[in-house]
Write a new protein. Structure first.
Length: 103
């Protein structure tokens, strides 16, 4: 698809060799994730995209706008779009991330 089909902040779900892949334009950085939540196979890339909410201590929260997170539409599992790592257990649970090239 042409780059114009992916304006900043957009996402498109594409089918590549039988796999559903979400392609995101995060402020000019193109990222692709497998659109299947590892929990129960939900269409992950149809979920809500937002910034990461962080907390360093009780009753203190902030928003890290440099980190884009996608939330599974079925059960709310959250994943960092740039890395594929889960927010709740980044060392063990992740979704497949694919390299994107612009030609």
């Amino acid at each position: 698809a042409p780059v114009s089909a992916f304006p900043p902040g957009s996402r498109r779900i594409v089918d590549i060799q039988g796999r559903s892949i979400g392609v995101f334009n995060l402020d000019g950085e193109y990222v692709a994730l497998r659109s299947s939540c590892p929990h129960q196979g939900a269409p992950l890339c149809l979920g809500l995209v937002r910034s990461l909410v962080v907390s360093s201590r009780p009753f203190e929260v902030s928003v890290d706008e440099t980190q884009a997170v996608i939330k599974c539409p079925w059960h709310g599992w959250e994943f960092n779009i740039r890395t594929g790592q889960s927010v709740f257990n980044p060392h063990r649970v992740r979704v497949r991330r694919y390299e994107v090239t612009v030609e």
